[in-house]
Write a protein that binds this ligand. Sequence first.
Ligand code: ADP
Ligand code: MG
Length: 585
Amino acid sequence: MPIAILDDATIGKISAGEVIERPASVVKELVENALDAHAHSITIDIAAGGKELIRVRDDGDGIAPSDLLSAVERHTTSKLRSFEDLKQLTSFGFRGEALASVAAVADLRILTRIADDRAGWELRSEFGKRAHPAPVAAAHGTTITARDLFANVPARRKFLRQDGTEAGYIQRVINAYALAFPDIRFELTIDGKTALATDGSGDLASAAVGVFGADVAAQMVPLEPPQFDDDHEDAGIVVSGLIGLPTVTRGNRQQLILLVNRRWIENRSLAFALEQSYHTLIMVGRYPIAVISITVPPDRVDVNVHPTKREVRFSDERLVFSMLQRAARGTLMQQTPAQSIPIMIESPLSADTVQRRMALANPERIQATPPLFPRAADGPSAVDRPVRTPVAVEPDIPLLRVLGQVSSTYIIAEGPDGMYLVDQHAAHERILLEKVLKLHARGAADAQQLLEPIIIDLTPEQLATVETAREELAQLGFALELFGQGSVALRSIPAIMSRKDPVKTVLAILDEVGRGGRGTSRFEAVAMTTACHSAIRAGQTLSLAEMRELLAQLEGCTAPRACAHGRPTILHLSQDELERQFSRR
Ligand code: ADP
Ligand code: MG
């Protein structure tokens, strides 16, 4: 093909691809424009994940009629005149690309009125075809409506995920900006229902209530600035925000929001700095909730690293990193540690002692259903073991008599020496993990065929996990085959998972394994995650028979005292301790 200059429509579609990846990108650009226009109130309405409709309404400066046409041209901006200006930039926009990009791939309507004008103006642009602006009645400010996004780029449209997923991405954008601008009122409606509303009072804690909900926001505390720190004053860097107490965590990083000069950014090393400050305070695989706001002089941060402006480069990255980490750690340490109950996991009891005592107390219990996993009969008994017992060979648990359930989460039981509380989820997780590991050791897997294969849409990361952990997933009983672009067909699942929603569970497992998981091998990581997601949940009411069965199976485990993550499965309040607590002694 001879070389030729591309026509405008083609250039438009190509460059739109860089800025506008999905509906959430449109929302982000439109909200940023409203912010640049000094809005006090921004309302966002979306329908069908933003594919059908995105509407962003602001009460900002408006666009002068003489500027309306150029607003949708490429590289037209009112915010930047020369490359030098970039160094002192305080606006979100500067590339002049966003509106032009949206105009190239959507049915776009701009309705706007500047304060000085009596009438407003409307500009319609259908997939790049512009009509002349027409005068209309309009409130002061700007409303931009984008419909049928990517209808003229079917390849893009096909790449979009389900409505709910796309709406989730949009919600994240609005969460971030609502937290970055507590002084601005945000409202998001998804298919007509209010998904978020902040009051614009200027108080970050109030904005957090709007974004995270009152329960979670109540467990967040202001980040204390690091003490005895002169470096940052010279550099003009300020770190502030709200961080979640260790009592409130999430299974992913989606609620860790990083803002630099009120710009929502992605930065692995800062996320890591924050996570590290929670080290030992929250469990492995759990992530803190936080909104971290970093203020840096504009000339010490480069925002022009990527077309979507989600990445930034600091000239003092290490300083920012250590400031955040010290601030977060200091804040967490100031919070009084959680109340600890005077209960310790008891020291090992010999299996013999248990059998003897239980036989006296409860003879028929000894004849209980044979455990699924016989205990290692020929190993040394618990009391013979050296004190430095490695975690992997924890002592057995005594035989227990079920009394009931607390909070639909803990099984309360009586044992040879007092009272025992068993975390039903942790216990079941341990049982399932040992079950699959044992099968695996024999080179077997307990797979359950699905009646019909299920097609599941995956994110690129989830797909990558299917590729890398293909063998291990198969060894556990997952039959997953690539199915078209971005999807897999699920044909079988591990039998232990059969009571769970297969799609949700598979996605959760892929996400967790994709993040690295735990375990000494990839198989173990996959097995642990699968056990965790297959286990009964906290909050599930169990019958007496189910609780008995659970404990019987737990007794049969080789390491019954810790779940797959190392959390305890059992707490023990000894007879002595009971007597002391009730002042009988
Ligand atoms: P940029 O934001 O990089 O300047 P955009 O394509 O996003 O480029 O917008 C082009 C121009 O349109 C902006 O510079 C601004 O002058 C105007 N504009 C866009 N949205 C709004 C709005 N909501 N209120 C006022 N002006 C707007
Ligand atoms: Mg813009």
